[in-house]
Design a protein around this ligand. Sequence first.
Ligand code: MG
Length: 174
Amino acid sequence: MRSKKPETEKMRVSFDLDEVLFVSPMTHKTEPELRFPLNRIYKERLRLGTPDLIRELQRLGYEVWVYTSSFRSEGYIRHLFRCYGVQFDGIVNGTRHMKEVQGNNKTTLPQKLPNRYRISLHIDDEEVICSAASQYGFRAFQLNAQDDDWKEKIIQRAEQIKKVERIQRVHDIR
Ligand SMILES: [Mg+2]
């Protein structure tokens, strides 16, 4: 008998950083900037509602990860978000992806392969990443422009996927 994925494993949701959680106040509603001198160290501005959404997802029983193709260090990302009271369950940056996913592969893989990290839903602004999703076997939600309902949409999508995965697990379908 094939072993089933244990019921206790939390579903993972990941977020891209640039243009998704990090946005420009010129084009998007943003969280207030950090207080001096932190605002000089961490210049990125968070999309309005980011800390709420991440904490809400974690409260609902999801693991929340960052999957970025940027080379910001894991420490930098952790510290920045800690200033907003947010703690990620996992971080994949460009360096980690190159090492663990691309590795010595002769063919160039997509910039992100969330399913390699058992991530069930990835949120990204880039069309090229979202359209690679079905081909490479992961699920993506495209988020780009200012959207007042982004939190609700993402929670709804995550809840749908959670249900589908539960059914797949019960029936042991892959
Ligand atoms: Mg991006």
